[in-house]
Design a protein. Structure first.
Length: 376
């Protein structure tokens, strides 16, 4: 998901809100002079090459591609206790070689309405709809290649309450319900989630937070599995997930040109049967960004290790537990050409390692493109 900077509003609000001598009356007068609605539109087009379309361990298929994306944001700038926003994004990648997959599509739409009680409490109701169309190689032998098309759509509703007891602290609680549907119906189900986040900003250049979320997933028709990996007829599969995350956001210099974000997380995934699907996932991510008047360079790196409780690899009396490690990095550079145009280049690398050789793969992707944007 791209992050948008609404330059006029962000700079205006920050300059007024952060001035120590600005009174509430001055702030209210400034807001009254501003338009009530802000609109942002952008479109991006790029061409590149991806060397493993199906995330395959054997015989990866590569292809040149063209990619187009469009984003739209409608924002009601809060001049009172209520605010509202609407965001939409669509992206299409078309692969040009005659391969097993012709392209990928994603659509994301979200509305968010909020209401404030004074300076301490805010309640909001984000409603999100999405659609994804992707293809993966799910082969488990060298003899026959099996390709599965993943087409999923869903709807999420997540009322959120935020409490700010002081200028440096905040506490946020969210309850989320989600309905997810696949074209083949195999993984259709309902998801419920509860999330709590505690944040602390000791200074202008530091922001720390810790979060915990619990998620429950109930499948419509998937069955439990035995410890040996056999489907158990007449059973119903349910999943419970618990995830904790610590995050630090740092601005390294006074001018705000260098920024970094560090995230550490641990996910516990448990099924209600033999534990065949259960695993523990330890995650880490680092994001670093440098900005100037004309340039923006961003480097993201991720690493995680998945250890399965019951699933094993190979044969024998005591085969080892299945383990998977995933690494990724993305380098993106943007050069501003004017008020509306930006040239961009991006390189992405992904590596999956496992003692199950069919779950190991590499992916390299590079692209060159341009983005046009407009704000009012």
């Amino acid at each position: 998901m791209r992050r948008f900077s609404f330059a006029g509003w962000a700079l205006g609000l920050a300059s007024v809100g952060c001035c120590a001598d600005a009174t509430k009356a001055e702030l209210a007068a400034w807001l009254a002079r501003q338009p009530k609605w802000s609109v942002s539109v952008s479109a991006e087009s790029a061409a590149g090459y991806k060397d493993n379309l199906l995330l395959s361990a054997n015989g990866p298929e590569g292809s040149p591609f063209v990619r187009g994306a469009a984003d739209f944001l409608l924002l009601h700038v809060p001049q009172g206790p209520a605010d509202f926003s609407f965001f939409g994004q669509v992206e299409r990648t078309q692969f040009l070689a005659d391969r097993s997959v012709d392209g990928e599509t994603s659509v994301w739409v979200q509305t968010d309405g909020g209401y404030r009680w004074g300076d301490r409490f805010k309640v909001s109701l984000p409603v999100t709809g999405y659609f994804y169309d992707q293809v993966f190689d799910v082969s488990d032998t060298d003899v026959e290649r099996l390709v599965a098309e993943l087409r999923v759509q869903g709807l999420m509703v997540g009322p959120t309450l935020r409490w700010t007891p002081g200028p440096a602290w905040w506490l946020e609680a969210q309850a989320l319900g989600e309905r997810k549907r696949y074209d083949d119906g195999a993984n259709d189900g309902d998801i419920g989630e509860g999330r709590m986040q505690l944040g602390w900003q000791p200074g202008a250049r530091w922001r720390l937070s810790a979060a915990w979320q619990q998620r429950w997933r109930k499948f419509d028709r998937r069955a439990q599995y035995s410890a040996a990996g056999r489907e158990l007829a007449g059973t119903a599969l349910k999943i419970a997930e618990g995830e904790g995350e610590a995050r630090a956001e740092i601005t390294w210099d006074r001018a705000g040109r260098w920024k970094s974000t560090l995230r550490l997380a641990r996910l516990s995934y448990r099924d209600n049967g033999s534990g065949y699907f259960s695993y523990t996932d330890r995650k880490s991510a680092v994001e670093t960004e440098w900005r100037s008047d004309l340039w923006r360079v961003r480097l993201d790196a991720t690493a995680n290790r998945v250890e399965f409780d019951v699933q094993t690899v190979g044969f024998g009396i005591d085969p080892p537990a299945r383990i998977k490690e995933e690494y990724g990095a993305t380098l993106r550079a943007e050069r501003k050409l004017g008020p509306r145009w930006i040239l961009l280049a991006e390189y992405g690398w992904e590596r999956s390692r496992s003692n199950d050789r069919f779950a190991s793969y590499r992916v390299n992707e590079g692209l060159l493109g341009a983005r046009w944007s407009w704000e009012k």
